[in-house]
Design a protein around this ligand. Sequence first.
Ligand SMILES: [Zn+2]
Length: 267
Amino acid sequence: MPLFVTGLPEPGWLGRITFPAMVSYSRLARRPLPRHLIARCPTYVDSRGFTELKKHGRWTITPHAYVDWLRNHREKINLQWAAPQDWMCEPAIIHGGRFGRETFAGTHLSVREHLHRTVDNFLTLRQLAPDLKIFPVVQGWELDDYLHCVELYAAAGVDLAALPLVGIGSVCRRQSTAEIGQIVTTLAGLGLRLHGFGVKTLGLLRYGSYLTSADSMAWSKDAFHSPPLPGCVHRNCANCLLYAVQWRARLLARLHTPQHHTERKAA
Ligand SMILES: [Zn+2]
């Protein structure tokens, strides 16, 4: 079973937990970090790609700005891994439009162009910051796209199978778990040590053994639709560290995962 990385909305919580956590760059960089923050957990940074492309149809955060922020704050947040500024390949991201209550700007580019831009961005980030642990992401929509993306990395001299971590993009919003499973098992079969973004519990149970690590913020949605915990005074626990900690413990019990990091309750 993979190392489970809990998605958190509040950078300040990083000083109160010891298990691996993921925080979005948008949350981290929106305002100065709490002055006395010293993260006690290994922190994964999500680059906020989905929100960025959904809203703008392009990246407005430059690789320089991203790398500078990571470099200036890596000790404070105890940076473990940072995601690149990749280009998701969901049809909504590419074509744009209204989907329920969500509006997508659309990049109006091809999937293949997204793959090229994803690989180019990784090369740029690696060149700008060889000292930072930024992992590449394999993007795509159909299985063939992912395999093509792997080839693009290889052609650029990046041997993905030799790297400790490779993200797998554009899977978290799919409906079909079987489709995700096929992509994950194929890429794992190439020897890639995969990180799954926003993996649902069902997905972890089905194909978690093919992942090296996976993150999820599903606890927050779960809490939103549940009554608050006994003793909590907020209307729901969607933004509650105690709920996140307890949800994580329940998930790990379901997965029977011996995790590598020391477990400790929130301070
Ligand atoms: Zn609560």
